[in-house]
Design a protein around this ligand. Structure first.
Ligand SMILES: [Zn+2]
Length: 211
């Protein structure tokens, strides 16, 4: 329980939440799932790698919240197994994004700025809505505090994708897109790795934290 750097990917103890807080969690889950689909479609349409990279985090968040809601009341072992499954899923998705970025390095293309910009704005807006929904619980419940922190990081990431779109527009080249895509992928892998590590340790049974 010591990763204070970035709250993304941490499971949430749903049992500790009130009905109203659960509804907020479901809403944030739905928004993340929708933006994930929107960004994948947008990445496809506008040939943008940074949209695809940014979509990973939304997928990870949606899975984390879904998982938290699904394993209410389950034992630590079952929770750790689900967390590992999630980890494998998002690492698989990250590998696919990495392959796409490398492929794009050898087959450069200028992303369609308009498509990219519109989706980047929608993503940023969605992240801001999530942040607003979670802000009342920022200081109270520790579970939702971590979701809030995650949501705040997503807002920064939303700005990064928007900056990539602006860079593409200003310089008329795909490099800003690939640069931001690479940075986002690395940041994502870093936190995914940490979450997987703690799930693995829990599964092996050396859990000092009694939940
Ligand atoms: Zn996130």
């Amino acid at each position: 329980m010591t990763d204070s750097c970035c709250g993304c990917g941490k499971a949430i103890d749903v049992r500790a939440l009130e009905a109203r807080q659960r509804r907020v969690l479901v809403a944030v889950l739905a928004i993340n799932l929708l933006t994930f689909l929107l960004m994948v479609a947008g990445a496809w349409y506008s040939r943008s790698s940074s949209l695809l990279s940014g979509a990973l985090d939304n997928l990870g968040d949606a899975l984390t919240y879904a998982m938290s809601l699904a394993v209410v009341g389950a034992g630590l072992q079952a929770k750790a197994r689900v967390a590992l499954l999630k980890g494998v899923l998002i690492l698989g998705a990250a590998a696919a994004v990495a392959v796409q970025i490398v492929w794009r390095l050898f087959h450069p293309a200028v992303p369609l700025f308009e498509g990219m910009g519109v989706i980047a704005l929608l993503n940023l807006g969605a992240n801001l809505v999530c942040l607003k929904l979670l802000t009342p619980y920022r200081g109270g419940d520790i579970n939702l505090a971590s979701a809030w922190e995650c949501s705040r990081n997503d807002v920064y990431e939303g700005f990064a994708v928007l900056a990539a779109a602006l860079g593409v527009w200003m310089f008329g080249t795909g490099w800003p897109d690939l640069l931001i895509a690479g940075v986002l992928l690395l940041l994502f892998l870093r936190s995914a790795w940490r979450v997987l590590g703690s799930a693995w340790r829990e599964m092996k049974g050396d859990t000092a934290t009694g939940q």
